[in-house]
Design a protein around this ligand. Structure first.
Ligand code: FAD
Ligand code: NAP
Length: 335
């Protein structure tokens, strides 16, 4: 373990903003976490946990000790004819885990292929895509409280999972380091193709196997989303807002073409469409621009975290003025 002072995090965030951590360390065991916590206590440093940096907007200087947990073990802890429970350490790359699961004929997360980041961050915002959320396959989340160094194990129903939400963004925000996640995966294929364009593809080609479905998802995402290595970004910059039925009735009168998805608690509206209708695809805000194919993605070309936030604020303001809807930012501030 090597605690590095004044370490650049440029390579550690997919928005590629310039950022320096007061201290930075990569750890791979519970023992090393304990040593880090002792170091932070002794030097009065706040501890900040980083995964793959694909859902954060970093400040130029990040005081305290930034810790990245890199352990990548994966082991079966229970198996039946129908299912398997697999415990995966937080440093495992998410997409590699999806591919590994498919290679073992374990199913349930194929729609979540090609999402960047680490397994440890997946429960934080309850990652989701194409009608599947990771909460549906999580049995438990294990970790360590940063203040006491004590271990915890939370069952899925204790994690307060919701749309892009969990207790790790709320009550436990900034207070834990997730060390591993236990997934309950099925051995029986049951593909989810309700979302476009997967439904059209299956109407044309027939119902896919889970591996074929993952391949479709990869191809669609590669065609639509910018590769952060080429055009630095943090995925969708805003959550899709859910408005009340009353609010929706008023909106649809004014904007009859507005796509909408009824939910239990209201109607979900695609934030990308709201932004696109303002004519913002490709629009530049200094070094930050709205992606030309996907209006929900902000691309950073040489800007700092504050430039990204300034662009996001201008977009929010325009959306609020046009539709009366306040967009909520998805990537977390890392400061
Ligand atoms: P980071 O960005 O490093 O961290 C995110 C937050 O989690 C931070 O607050 C951090 O402190 C916390 N955190 C990270 N690891 C731990 C840990 N071990 N313990 C405690 N806290 C931790 N998201 C989706 O939901 N669906 C998508 O389809 C999707 N597509 C994307 C496409 C692109 C091109 C990009 C760039 C991003 C996309 N995202 C998507 C967002 C992002 O990939 C996910 O949220 C991912 O889970 C973040 O993982 P990470 O390891 O990079 O987390
Ligand atoms: P899209 O197909 O253009 O659709 C726009 C939005 O409408 C989606 O975000 C989705 O909300 C919603 N939607 C579409 N079909 C729906 C249905 N049948 N029922 C309910 N809601 C529906 O989306 P996209 O940008 O290409 O992304 C495809 C998928 O990948 C989406 O699920 C999206 O969330 C996910 N994704 C997420 C990120 C991220 O960073 N968070 C980045 C890229 C893609 P949902 O958000 O609820 O799915």
């Amino acid at each position: 373990m090597n605690i590095l002072p004044r370490h650049s995090l440029l390579e550690f965030n997919t928005l590629a903003v310039t950022a320096v951590a007061e201290y930075f360390v990569q750890v791979s065991s519970d023992q090393e976490i304990v040593e880090c916590l002792a170091f932070s206590k002794k030097n009065n440093l706040a501890v900040k946990v980083l995964g793959g940096g694909s859902n954060v907007v970093m400040n130029e200087f990040i005081p305290g000790l930034v810790v990245q947990f890199c352990a990548q073990d994966c082991s079966v802890i229970k198996e039946t004819e129908q299912s398997v429970v697999v415990k995966v350490q937080a440093g495992f790359n998410w997409h590699d885990f999806v591919l590994y699961s498919l290679s073992q004929d374990w199913y349930g997360i194929e729609n979540l292929a090609y999402i960047p980041g680490h397994v440890g961050a997946a429960p934080v915002q309850n990652i989701g895509a194409y009608g599947v959320e990771v909460k549906d396959c999580i049995q438990a989340v294990n970790g360590i409280y940063l203040d006491s160094g004590e271990a915890f194990r939370l069952l899925a129903h204790e994690c307060d999972f919701a749309y892009r939400e969990s207790c790790f963004k709320q009550a436990l925000n900034g207070r834990v380091l997730i060390t591993s996640v236990e997934f309950l995966l099925s051995k029986i294929p049951d593909v989810q193709v309700s979302y476009s364009p997967l439904n059209q593809m299956s109407a044309e080609k027939g119902l896919p196997t889970p591996s074929e479905l993952a391949q479709w998802v990869i191809e669609v995402r590669q065609a639509k989303l910018p590769d952060p290595k080429i055009l630095p970004n943090a995925g969708s910059f805003f959550k899709n807002p859910v408005v009340s039925h009353l609010e929706f009735d008023k909106l649809i009168e004014r904007f009859p073409a507005m796509p909408n998805y009824p939910q239990q608690n209201g109607v979900k509206l695609p934030a990308g469409w709201l932004i696109d209708q303002l004519g913002y695809k490709g629009k530049r805000f200094g070094p930050v621009s709205v992606h030309k194919l996907q209006a929900l993605v902000l691309v950073n070309q040489g800007g700092a975290g504050k430039d990204v936030i300034a662009a996001a604020n201008q977009i929010c303001k325009a959306v609020q003025e046009r539709y009366g809807i306040v967009l909520e930012q998805e990537p977390r501030l890392f400061n």
